[in-house]
Design a protein around this ligand. Sequence first.
Ligand code: SAH
Length: 199
Amino acid sequence: MSRGGLARTLSRLERFENAKLDLEQYATPGELAAELLWTARMAGDIENRSVVDLGAGTGVLGIGALSLGASRVAFIEIDPDAIRILRHNLEGFDADRCDVVQIDVSSFSGSFDTCVMNPPFGAQREHADRVFLDRATTLARRIYSIHNANSRSFLERYAREAGLRFSIIAARSLPLSAAFEHHRKPRVFQEVVLCRLER
Ligand code: SAH
């Protein structure tokens, strides 16, 4: 599968029906998900690796990992409504390679090669992404994640204190709402960074 093909596949997945603000539900655009996953793949962190998708939502990142040959993917998500859509998106994939777990990430434990995530940025609940980072670092040796660009210095400090190697893969602008696409006004963007943390 090519990177463009991956982006198209992920763009076609079913999205959140009524995205929940308090959970900061936002489906990663296919193009951005493909960029993150392609980088992980080139580093040897996806194919034949076990992957955990924290805050999986409708499954964009985890399904991308499955498409790129992950040996198995655990989808961790708290919201039953998102899980319903996730299960629909997983139809056609080998069920033996997928675990869907409805749980708060802070209560989930396990051991994986790689973690992929687009966690809440903490706009609704302060430090929401710190909970995800804390969990991710106990679950996997490699973490590929998307964060608010404003969190850059927090991330650097976090990695230093945790003894992790930290790098920024790319900085991008995310269109915040598809609803704006039909407006003549410029769309609203969120600046994000794609990151890699390595134990
Ligand atoms: N990973 C998906 C969704 C990102 S939005 C994608 O990239 O498209 C963040 C997701 O985290 C939402 O689905 C939200 O319901 C979930 N979430 C938020 N807090 C959570 C928690 N404490 N435990 C598990 N999932 C959580």
